[in-house]
Design a protein around this ligand. Structure first.
Ligand code: FAD
Length: 339
């Protein structure tokens, strides 16, 4: 280990919070961070940033943090790139963590690259696996590359800290232990109002229906083959009659036909329902990555050579505009008879 890297120690987790509620991925980072800290013989620390957030420190300790650094200031009430970057970068320069983990949330994805540039280190974005090299104790950061066709393992040999954003829902959550004890350190801030170039005038929450696909037993998904946004009315009818949820391919989401929370696949949700019905979805590798573990896969596609048929248990070659109404009718009748 050279002089530079030997000055750095401890594993840090960005304890992202919104309106005083810790973001779920933080518990996953604490779970993973604890393992890494164990293997590198260091402490697990969390950095809390916000206004009146010190009361959250106890919770982080119960979930495994040995130390919680608290940066509390009225200027940090709402997330701003400038404010958080300054506070976080100053803390890194002062306390010198060896590893820093962020959730790959909207905030984490915005913040981590800024900090990487500010403190002159590397960042591996959207990691799905972290390991410590048993030989040299460096962090091995794995993430999908080349459109998900291969997994790349990346190291940061010459700069510190080693930093990753971690995809939510992949790592195991830390277990809560109310008897855990830890230290709370108040960070001495040098933040001025002029450091923040953005002024937040108002925050308006969008009223969208976020779907939960992870727990659904039946998912009916629609793709670009639906032809238009109204095609999702057909998908919804079939989902309703089966008591299922509506999923989508990225092409349908990118076209603006449906919300991203419905997207299944590598950059959407990974699902494992009892029944997955893919309608007008070609079966690109990135889509398959999110649904191929489903118990039963049914595909409806007018192209008999569509790759989706290679993973389907049942394939229906035909126009979905004809096939789906027939299925809705058949299942409705079945439901009436069994009621
Ligand atoms: P298309 O590929 O255009 O397929 C449409 C299908 O509909 C065709 O097979 C066609 O035969 C069929 N069809 C057309 N009309 C009808 C009809 N009337 N009746 C029946 N069938 C019909 N994709 C995802 O889904 N999820 C992801 O998370 C995701 N992440 C990605 C990440 C990266 C980094 C990249 C590069 C790509 C990602 N993609 C993802 C995109 C992916 O590569 C495909 O572009 C996308 O899945 C295609 O969507 P689709 O199957 O709906 O559209």
């Amino acid at each position: 280990m050279d002089n530079l890297t030997s000055q750095y120690k401890d594993v840090w987790v960005f304890a992202e919070q919104r309106h005083g509620v810790i973001t779920p991925v933080v518990y996953e980072l604490l779970g993973e961070g604890k393992k890494i800290a164990g293997e590198t013989g260091s402490d697990l620390c969390a950095l809390l940033i916000g206004k009146n957030v010190s009361s959250l420190a106890d919770e982080l300790i119960m979930y495994g943090a040995d130390k919680v650094y608290v940066a509390d200031d009225p200027l940090l009430e709402n997330y701003t790139t400038d404010g958080y970057t300054k506070v976080f970068s100053d803390a890194i320069s002062k306390y010198k963590p060896e590893i820093v983990l962020y959730g790959a949330t909207h905030i984490g994805r915005d913040l981590a690259p800024r900090i990487a540039a500010r403190v002159n280190t590397g960042l591996t974005a959207d990691c799905t696996k972290l390991e410590v090299d048993p030989e040299d104790k460096k962090l091995k950061q794995t993430r999908p590359a080349f459109g998900g066709n291969l997994m790349a393992t990346i190291i940061c040999p010459d700069h510190r800290p080693q930093m990753s954003t971690v995809r939510p829902g992949v790592m195991e959550k830390a277990a809560k232990n109310e008897t855990n004890r830890g230290t709370v350190i108040i960070v001495d801030l040098k933040l001025q109002a002029e450091d923040i170039r953005t002024r937040i005038i108002n925050i308006i929450k969008s009223k969208k229906n976020i779907v939960s696909l992870t727990d659904a037993d039946i998912i009916v998904s629609g793709g670009k083959g639906l032809g238009c946004p109204e095609g999702f009315n057909l998908i919804k009818q079939l989902a309703d009659v089966l008591g299922g949820s509506v999923g989508a391919s990225r092409a349908a989401v990118d076209a603006g036909w449906i919300d991203h929370s419905n997207q299944v696949g590598q950059t959407g949700t990974t699902v494992k329902p009892k029944i997955y019905i893919a309608c007008g979805i070609s079966g690109a590798i990135q889509h398959l990555a999110g649904m191929s573990q489903s118990d039963i896969i049914i595909a409806i596609n007018k192209n008999p050579d569509a790759p989706i048929f290679s993973v389907a248990d049942y394939g229906i070659v035909g126009d979905l505009n004809q096939v789906i109404p027939m299925l809705v009718e058949a299942f409705s009748e079945h439901r009436t008879q069994t009621a």
